[in-house]
Ligand binder design. Structure first.
Ligand code: APR
Ligand code: ZN
Ligand code: ZN
Length: 393
């Protein structure tokens, strides 16, 4: 996420859009004024959607570790003040000119990897990295390089074109997935990031086969979703690894067959896993975001046919040094971007699967808090006491 800093342009004068909606909305949002500080609940102004944009009334938002990374200043390209949050669900309040795929009243999930449907990666069935996304554009401003948020006379940055820690947000149309009106928004908000990332890492990126052996490093919302994906794919042995043993009961409930705390082991965890499985696991997943566990996960999978999927995020600028022999024998090391889903197409289908009870992502929700308690939600995450906290607006 190395995005050059850009200067905020003045917002252009407001114009009435075709639905006659032109008013600025005043509402509450959680603003991070600077890195390392608690969020502050402020009254903000949310400008109307411009052409090709959608204004959403958020109903629920999950707290993900990536938001914590943002708050701690781990993304050099992220600028403050900013409204964090990238896992949410809500209802379309108004649409800008030219928007055709959603209308006011539709239930939607804003998506953290957009899908323009036209670029070469969107047209490639194997890819979910849209070239018109915030990875190549400024992440902290909308595609036209302006913001829709102001507070106390200051312009406030967006986060990943989402900023779900606000009662209202504005996003590009191609970063919105319209979902089944029957979906409970306080539950399916997790499909906007954590659940989809972990579940898809197993199903789409690793393509876990029935009867295989898997190891998952890190049992937060993302890692536990990997456990669910491995189970759904028919893995026969699912080994869950975490230094917090309080996570093990939930991991077992979701399908883990073995749980290991590396701190209880006499040998490095990769040796323990190799001893347990003979040649190493078929698939390993790193859902923490640490160099040591990335290397341990890679070394834990079978040297010839093993696949290791990196999900956790390292601080920007980090480097991993590795003996290339570890890959020469055939292992594969892969990354995954929100579980490989083309999000605009696939999130509505995942919501349908949720409604058909093909998986139960509700089991990841350990806390439900009023929006004003967003800082308590982060404290629970830091203390390892929550898996997912959902904020209700
Ligand atoms: N070894 C094993 N487990 C560890 C270690 C370690 N050295 N350090 C931390 N963990 C465990 C924590 O105890 C916790 O259960 O990793 C888990 C991480 O979970 P969360 O903090 O809840 O993070 P989550 O939201 O699941 O995200 C995981 O994926 O998308 C990325 O940015 C995200 O890097 C983060 C990762
Ligand atoms: Zn695209
Ligand atoms: Zn996330």
């Amino acid at each position: 996420m190395t995005v050059p800093k850009r200067v905020l342009k003045e917002n252009v004068p407001m114009q009435r859009n075709p639905l006659g909606c032109f008013q600025v909305i005043r509402c509450r949002a959680a603003v991070a004024w600077a890195a390392g500080h608690p969020l502050s609940i402020e009254e903000v102004e949310v400008a109307p959607p411009k052409a090709g944009e959608v204004r959403i009334k958020l109903v629920a938002a999950g707290i993900c570790r990536t938001d914590e990374h943002l708050l701690q200043g781990c993304f050099p390209s992220a600028e403050f003040p900013v409204i964090p949050g990238h896992e949410g669900a809500g209802i379309v309040e108004s649409i800008g000119e030219g928007v055709t795929s959603v209308k006011p009243g539709d239930k939607v999930i804003p998506i953290c990897v957009p899908q323009c449907g036209e670029c070469s990666f969107c047209l490639n069935p194997e890819s979910n990295y849209c070239l018109k996304s915030h990875f190549s554009e400024p992440q902290n401003l909308l595609p036209d390089k302006t913001t829709r948020f102001t507070c106390k006379g200051k312009q406030i940055h967006h986060f990943l074109w989402m900023s779900t820690f606000a009662e209202y947000t504005v996003v590009p149309e191609y970063a919105v997935a319209k979902i089944d009106p029957a979906a409970p928004l306080d539950k399916v908000c997790l499909l906007g990031c954590g659940f989809s990332t972990g579940y898809g890492a197993a199903i789409n990126t690793a393509k876990v086969k029935p009867g295989s052996t898997c190891a998952i490093f890190g049992l937060g919302g993302v890692g536990l979703s990997v456990v669910m994906g491995c189970k759904a794919a028919g893995a026969s042995r699912i080994i869950a690894v975490d230094i917090n043993k309080d996570k093990f009961a939930k991991a077992k409930e979701l399908g883990a067959t073995d749980c290991i705390n590396p701190r209880d082991c006499q040998k490095p965890i990769q040796e323990v896993l190799t001893d347990m499985t003979g040649q190493g696991v078929d698939y390993s997943f790193e859902a923490i975001g640490l160099k040591e566990t990335m290397i341990a996960a890679l070394a834990s999978c079978n040297m010839n046919t093993g696949i290791c999927v990196m999900i956790g995020e390292l601080d920007a600028g980090s480097e991993i040094s590795l003996n290339p022999m570890i890959l020469l024998t055939g292992r594969a090391w892969k990354g995954t971007l929100v579980g490989g889903w083309k999000m605009r197409d696939c999130i509505p289908r995942l919501v349908s699967s949720y409604l058909e009870k093909k998986f139960n992502s509700d089991l990841l929700i350990t806390h439900t808090l009023p929006f004003a308690q967003v800082n308590e939600g982060f404290e629970l995450l830091r203390a390892g006491k929550s898996i997912r906290s959902v904020l209700l607006f």
